[in-house]
Design a protein around this ligand. Structure first.
Ligand SMILES: *Cc1c(COP(=O)(O)O)cnc(C)c1O
Length: 408
């Protein structure tokens, strides 16, 4: 008789995991308030949200923008990135981390990640620095702060900027301080999947007044903060956030701390439960991470604990057991986008010793993680009761016991 759901047996779990977003009466109230006010553009809600979210992330200044991708573009333009400047990014991230660099005329240079953290490896970053390197974009992948001590030290020593792509890391903290303005600039996303969500939205944080003023100007048609409406000292875009989204973000922010705490509790329990199963593990603990945002829970899978069952077959089996999961990112330098972007360029990159040629890039850790190790669970799965975590590990144990029935 079939045991595993993938071969026709009963799934471990039929109940859905908590849905996302979580909608409250406060959300309805604020949206009606904005609607009825008739003030749908740059008014109280955007101003209040900018203040509240910057303070929440321990940043002195904040600019609300349309999404996390343009937040990165604004941050890069705020540091006056020039055409042909190189920016080091991890090869394990969402495409926007690297495409934003190319969008503003820079050359993305991909560095490898650490096997135990999936975040930028400082040695790999240092090896990629050239005389044209202007910035490092550290991504807090899965909501886990990158090593801001090592990367900050590296940036200072080489006199380059450190930008924190915190799109997955609302509320995350490094040594007691929230991420976003530990580096020179930070960026956030409020796209639908993120831990703070208004469908779309983004944010730039910094403690540097000059960078904050440039970011504000760049997101608002190049106007000056104190200047006249039809006076434009810079060339800027319109990357403003609307009042409806800012209002919704203010009300959604009311849930963020409690949701973060619940994800933390469930993630810690899941880590303990996984610790008892051979062939699966969690990323390495680090006492400097004082809050993990758990945008994703990443399981490290080893086929040898499952009789050689491949990671992709394991994922298919786990999904059938009623546990939604996925394999996540691909090595970013393999995307056609970067090859296409630079194929006819006249730019000369010191890193590539010629024109950018992404076919030559290889980050061994990222290759291995993407091909055979990573299993992603999304943040909403950590918002329910503890028993949900037990269902996840029950399903994994069941697959382990019956792996022989699956072939590879
Ligand atoms: C989501 C995300 C972005 C882009 O944010 P959008 O609001 O979708 O444009 C950038 N970087 C990372 C790491 C992300 O996860």
């Amino acid at each position: 008789m079939a045991q595993l759901a993938i071969t026709g047996g009963e799934p471990t779990r039929r109940a859905p995991f908590p849905s996302w977003p979580v909608i409250t009466p406060a959300d309805q109230a604020v949206l009606l308030e904005v609607l009825n006010s008739g003030r749908w553009f740059l008014a109280d809600k955007v101003a209040s949200f900018e203040k509240a979210f910057a303070a929440f992330q321990d940043a002195q200044f904040g600019v609300a923008v349309s999404n996390g991708t343009v937040a990165l573009q604004v941050a890069l333009e705020a540091i006056s990135l020039q055409t042909g400047d190189e920016v080091i990014v991890p090869a394990y991230t969402f495409i926007a981390t690297a495409s934003s660099v190319a969008m503003v005329g820079g050359i993305p240079i991909f560095a490898d990640v650490q096997p135990g953290t999936y975040n930028l490896c400082p040695d790999s970053v240092e090896a990629a620095i050239t005389e044209r390197t202007r910035a490092i974009i550290a991504v807090h992948v899965a909501g886990r702060p990158a090593d801001l001590d090592a990367l900050g030290e590296l940036a200072r020593r080489h006199k380059i900027y450190l930008i924190e792509d915190s799109a997955q890391a609302h509320a995350a903290a490094w040594k007691g301080r929230k991420v976003g303005a530990i580096g020179d600039l930070g960026t956030f996303s409020f796209q639908a999947s993120k831990n703070l969500n208004a469908g779309e939205g983004g944010f730039v944080t910094t403690d540097d007044r000059r960078l904050a003023e440039r970011a504000w100007s760049l997101h608002n048609c190049g106007r000056a903060p104190e200047g006249a409406w039809y006076e434009h000292p810079l060339v800027g875009g319109n990357y403003r956030l609307g009042e409806f989204q800012a209002g919704l973000l203010l009300s959604q922010m009311g849930n963020l701390e409690a949701q973060t705490a619940r994800r933390t509790r469930n993630a810690e329990l899941l880590t303990v439960l996984l610790g008892g199963i051979e062939g699966v593990s969690s990323l390495d603990p680090d006492s400097r991470i004082t809050t993990h945002a758990n945008h994703l829970y990443i399981i490290r899978y080893q086929a040898k604990g499952f009789g050689g069952l491949t990671r992709d077959r394991f994922i298919a089996a786990l999904q059938q057991e009623g546990i939604p999961c996925s394999s996540g990112y691909k090595p970013l330098y393999k995307e056609a986008a970067f090859r296409t972007k630079f194929q006819d360029t006249s730019l000369v990159s010191p890193y590539f010793k010629g024109k950018p040629d992404y076919d030559r890039v290889c980050c061994p850790q990222v290759e291995r993680i993407c091909a055979e190790e990573a299993v992603w669970l999304t943040q909403n799965m950590l918002l329910g009761p503890e028993d949900d975590m037990r269902d996840i590990t029950r399903a994994i144990r069941k697959i382990q016991e019956h792996a022989g029935e699956l072939g590879n």
